[in-house]
Every structure is written in structure tokens, then in C-alpha cells.
Ligand binder design. Sequence first.
Ligand SMILES: [Fe+2]
Length: 195
Amino acid sequence: MTTDAPQHTVDHLFHLLISQGDADYIGEKVSQLQHCLQAAHLAQSAGSDEETILAALLHDIGQFLPEDAAEAMMTEQGSVGRQGHEQLGATYLAELGFSRKVCDLVGAHVVAKRYLTAIDKSYYDGLSDASRMSLRFQGGPFTSPEVEDFERDPIFPAKVALRKWDDQAKVVGLVVPEVDAYRPMALRHLLLQSS
Ligand SMILES: [Fe+2]
């Protein structure tokens, strides 16, 4: 994937969001696309920078990739076995030319849950059944050394915030800006990265 055609990349990416986005969000009552739009809106409402808003919009993009594309990407990287959707998404966005911060935030939205469940019992108690179930497969809550390590990352507060928006972005019937509202931001970001 080349990074010298940001407009083409944005068209391709937004087409993917729109065409795949109507799929059910497993175990939840909103569509995948609605979930992503609500997460992006929460990030924007919190006054986040554009990288964080884009990461919120695209945090589940790894779930949107057609299976053959995901497999091809894993083969290219020489990775064995299945990667989590968050890592797949981060790799995919890096290939498209998104910044390290966007990719790191997308890649961390599962480990941030492991972090939060380790430091905050009320966070664990507030998880949906589906999310609690998936935590088990994601490795469970962090150990103390893992918590310390996570907190050494300068962008860990944004990782935690994104995780919380991810959890909240499941409100049935909520009206938020449509996907096209984020096109100029995505284009601006990619142009900046390629300049
Ligand atoms: Fe999500």
C-alpha cells in the first residue's frame, strides 16, 4: 500500500468503514459503524487532538478487514497464528500512512482494558457481559509489573481514555455525526504524515 495518495487512501478506508460497518457488533446492540462513530464523537467532545479522534474512529478497523486481506497482511509480516484485531488494525493503519500515535492508540485498546481491570474494580464491574467474556481470552487483568510498564508510556492517558470511550460507545439510537464528518480530518492527517 503506498502512502503517496492520501485522498485515495481516505476514499478506500471510508468505503471499508461504510461497507463493512453494518455488521453486528458481537454481543452488543449497535452496529460496528455506529460503535466507531460514537467512540469518535466521545473523543471529539472531550477536546482530544485529531490523532486521538481518528484513533477512536478507527480503533476497530481490524474487525472490518476482509479475511483475505487480514491473512495476506499477517503473511507479509511473517507472523504466525492469529493476531488480535487491535494489532491487525494498527499494522493496517501504519501501512496506510497513519502516525505512530494513531497506530499505538489503536493497537492498545485491548491492553488498556487489561490495565483498567487491574487498577479499578469498579471498571471491571461496569463492563458488559460480552466485554468481560472477551477479557478472559485477552489475557485477563494486568499484573503489577505490567501496570507499571504501561504507565511508563507517555501516551497511556490517551490509551485509557480511548478504552473508556470504546466501552461507552454502545448506546442504541444515539445520533452522532456521520462518518463523512471525519474525512477532512483523516485527509489532513495523512497529508501531514506524507509531507
Ligand atoms: Fe471497540
